[in-house]
Design a protein around this ligand. Structure first.
Ligand code: FES
Ligand SMILES: [Fe+2]
Length: 435
């Protein structure tokens, strides 16, 4: 039996035999979830949002980040800060709208007022506190650290964490491939998806990088696209059938350090960035050729080909996924219980993209990865089914060994092992005093 209080023995790895097992209590135990909050969500850089969501001074967005109510705001000085969403008087939430622009935020309870840099600038009947009251001591509290990597804003709850860029390690290269899509950068398109999955949050970390499940779980979508292509009479160079076969053999999977991992492969179909497919319609062809030519001019043929033609699924440990596929979906998720997670997803796009391509991108965002699309309901069904399976209790271990004894491919499980090894390092580590 596992002693859950010590969080040890949850993973068994035997490299020589090519065997990697994860104990299923990791998905069901409330003690382990409490351990994850303290040892993982409170010690890693956690994604908050994107700088493009706050174009002007005074802009703000409210966020739950790993279960904590926070908000991110751009001050009149241009800097982005992340605050705990609680009044320093007696606790009420300060930022009550999902997003907006304001000179000040006023607490609705007793009307203390704060500017968007967090300073307390108004306190009704302040004199009643006596002369010792110091506004400077009652500004909104910021999270310990808030940094961005080329617009991707992360927060950390401990001051002694390593710099964000070092934490991101090899994941930076893959963010760059997305961010460099346009000379002007990328932006989050307004609006987001929110949904709940009745499954442990780590199942989505696994699933987001799991090439092995794509064909069996998403068979309906593969058939749908194959039919559309057949109807259009102009299948692109990689036909769905060809893609289905090559899916099992092509592409790479990489451990990017610090628990981050990626899969990359030739996209089976079109990508609104600049890989045209008949399904996008003849009218988008010129837009895409122009977009592609601009990328080739900036980066050369080889890198442009990688940016335009390859799909990537990137996991930034612990809970940020960038699916750079038919569009670019950024999603984050966190546990509310051992068997339940909340998911938020946004669509990222090159700034200055033509309206025609933007509409194809949004269509892809909804059609495949949206909560009512072809993929996400299938994935949710699979994840919730695993969670139900764990309730049997009769089988203790999950097997995540696939491809251990060969050069890893996207259909192997190196990606998940990368996640789990880091998870295990952190969960088994002694809890350091907060800094
Ligand atoms: S709780 Fe905010 S002003 Fe009192
Ligand atoms: Fe899936």
């Amino acid at each position: 039996m596992i002693d859950e209080r010590r969080f040890e023995g949850l993973i068994e790895e035997d490299e020589a035999r090519g065997s990697f097992r994860v104990h299923r209590s990791t998905m069901t135990s409330a003690d382990i979830l409490a351990g994850e909050r303290a040892r993982i969500f409170d010690t890693c850089w956690i994604y908050v949002g994107h700088a493009s969501e706050l174009p002007k001074g005074g802009d703000f967005v409210r966020r739950d980040v790993a279960g904590r109510p926070l908000f991110m705001a751009r001050g009149q000085d241009g800097a982005i800060r992340t605050f705990y969403n609680t009044c320093t008087h007696r606790g009420a939430t300060i930022c009550r709208q999902a997003a907006g622009n304001a000179k000040v935020l006023q607490c609705f309870y007793h009307a203390w007022t704060f500017d968007l840099q967090g300073a307390l600038v108004g306190c009704p009947d302040e004199a009643s506190y006596g002369g010792s009251f110091d506004r400077g001591e009652h500004g909104l509290k910021q999270v310990a650290r808030c940094e961005d990597y080329r617009g991707f804003v992360f927060a950390a709850f401990r001051a002694d964490i390593e710099p964000l860029e070092r934490y991101l390690a090899g994941a930076k290269e893959y963010l760059d491939l997305v961010i460099d899509a346009s000379e002007a950068g990328v932006e989050i398109i307004r609006g987001s998806n929110h949904y709940t999955i009745r499954a442990n949050w780590k199942l989505l970390a696994e699933n987001s990088l799991d090439g092995y499940h794509a064909l069996p779980t998403h068979e309906t979508y593969f058939k749908y696209v194959a039919d559309l292509e057949k109807d259009s009479g102009k299948a692109i160079e990689t036909s769905p059938t060809g893609a289905a076969t090559s899916y099992l053999t092509v592409g790479v999977a990489r451990d990017l350090g610090n628990g981050h991992a990626v899969t990359e492969k030739l996209a089976p179909w079109g990508r609104p960035l600049a890989r045209w497919s008949p399904l996008f319609g003849e009218e988008t062809r010129v837009d895409m050729e122009q977009a592609r030519a601009a990328i080739v001019a900036r980066f050369g043929e080889a890198r442009a080909q990688r940016m335009c033609d390859n799909s990537r699924n990137l996991l930034i440990f612990p809970n940020l996924v960038v699916n750079d596929v038919m569009g670019v979906t950024v999603r984050t998720f966190w546990p509310v219980a051992p068997d339940e997670m909340r998911v938020t997803a946004w669509e990222l796009a090159p700034i200055g993209e033509s309206a025609r391509l933007r509409s194809k991108r949004l269509d892809s965002f909804l059609t495949f990865l949206g909560p009512g699309g072809f993929a996400t309901p299938d994935d949710m069904e699979a994840l919730e089914s695993c969670q139900q399976g764990f309730r049997c209790d009769g089988v203790e271990w999950n097997n995540i060994s696939r491809g251990m004894l060969r050069e890893p491919r996207p259909v192997d499980e190196l990606q998940m092992r990368t996640f789990w090894r880091q998870w295990n390092r952190l969960i088994a580590s002694p809890l350091a005093a907060p800094v």
